[in-house]
Design a protein around this ligand. Structure first.
Ligand SMILES: N[C@@H](CCC(=O)N[C@@H](CS)C(=O)NCC(=O)O)C(=O)O
Length: 374
């Protein structure tokens, strides 16, 4: 590690000049300034000595490695995000994030057990250690980041709350729902935002509250409420499994900000870093045009030094995370980059198509931006 030697003597001269220039007082003529020369070592920013790890650091990775499988808390009722089909297969962008994390840890994206959790039980599942990470269309908020003992790692999908109604009933604004009943799921930001937005707009309504998405949308389908509200992604997703999707419209209104992303427990910064940089690896790979199809060629002949570091040819970035240096290579080779993950579940060829919008790279007018790999 390199260090720079500074002379405090030199610094004192500069300091006295600055003080004088700032009106800090000029010594009277003839006054002697006594300075002592001391040599100190100042670490150069960006090359500081590694800090000793705090308590809890590394415990999660060690437990996951000893178990041989990652346990990921996911949704099972929201196609495109977290969904289980009749054959027991899981799919969705939140599910693929779990596979990416397993690839980073084990070099094997299949070493993951998906544990479905409802909105109401998800934070307890994370706090109690029943799951290693929560990847379930979960909104980053202050209370979840503090009181509920979690840390959000990064936003994987920028969303906002919407409202869906039956077509042909003449409802085009929230005000048209005055006096009506709105179906909503408990344990969600949705329930809280609905109360805030309607109170602020002075619109009276009756909430009909349910435990999970299936019961919420079943009640809506049975016309037990006039509208159903959740994240717009959830509305797009659940509309696809209604009997006649074209009989329902999502209003042109956004009631909140819903940044969705993976969440880990407080207390293990190494695990936080691994979970967070897995998201950044997916985003950076898209930015650099590295895909599951060309990752071997990119590793053999990296287009720039950052790609070389991302793919583990240089820099030992994987070792610094407690993983192997090919951690990101394994993510991309086995799961793909962010665009591949997105298109697999939410792309134009899927029933749950959602245009990228805010979920485009920053270079294309979106909000996806990963810090540098160095
Ligand atoms: N993003 C919101 C809402 C997430 C949410 O739970 N949405 C519902 C409605 S689509 C859902 O996923 N339900 C599925 C379930 O409970 O299994 C939050 O974090 O609170």
């Amino acid at each position: 590690m390199s260090r720079k030697i500074f002379s405090v003597f030199g610094l004192l001269i500069v300091a006295s000049m600055v003080l004088a220039a700032c009106g800090g007082g000029t010594p009277a003529a003839g006054t002697e300034r006594i300075v002592e020369t001391v040599i100190v070592e100042v670490p150069v920013a960006g090359d500081a000595a590694p800090l000793p790890p705090p308590a809890g650091y590394g415990a999660t990775l060690a437990a996951v490695q000893a178990r041989g499988v990652l346990i990921c808390g996911v949704n099972s009722q929201v196609p495109g995000f977290g969904y289980i089909d009749a054959d027991g297969n899981f799919s969705g962008i939140d599910v693929d994030y779990c596979r990416a994390l397993a690839a980073a840890i084990f070099g094997d994206s299949t070493k993951v057990e998906f544990r479905p959790v409802t909105a109401a039980e998800r934070f307890t599942a994370l706090q109690s250690g029943e799951i290693d990470v929560l990847s379930r269309n979960t909104t980053w908020s202050t209370v979840r980041d503090t009181e509920l003992g979690g840390n959000f790692t990064a936003t994987t999908f920028y969303d906002g709350q919407g409202m869906m109604v039956r077509a042909g009933e003449g409802i085009t604004t929230l005000a048209d729902l005055a006096g009506g009943t709105i179906c909503v799921q408990t344990g969600t930001t949705t329930e809280l935002n609905l109360a805030d937005v309607m109170a602020a707009a002075g619109i009276a309504y009756t909430p009909a509250v349910f435990e999970d998405a299936d019961s919420t949308f079943a009640a809506y389908a049975e016309e037990r409420c006039d509208a159903v509200t959740t994240d717009k992604s959830g509305l797009v997703s659940r509309r696809t499994v209604l009997e006649d999707p074209s009989a329902h419209v999502i209003l042109d209104v956004t009631m909140s900000k819903e940044p969705l992303g993976p969440m880990v427990r407080h207390g293990d910064d190494q695990w936080f870093d691994i979970a967070q940089w897995t998201v950044f690896a997916l985003i950076s790979a898209e930015e650099f045009g590295v895909t599951s199809a060309n990752v071997d060629a990119a590793k053999a002949n990296p287009s720039n030094p950052e790609v070389a570091r991302l793919l583990g040819n240089e820099g030992d970035l994987g070792l610094k995370l407690g993983l192997s240096n090919d951690w990101a290579y394994n993510i991309i080779a086995q799961v793909g980059n962010y665009e591949e993950v997105y298109n697999r579940s939410l792309g134009p060829d899927t029933p749950t198509y959602i245009p990228r919008g805010l979920n485009s790279l920053y270079t294309e007018g979106g909000l996806l931006y990963a810090p540098p790999f160095r």
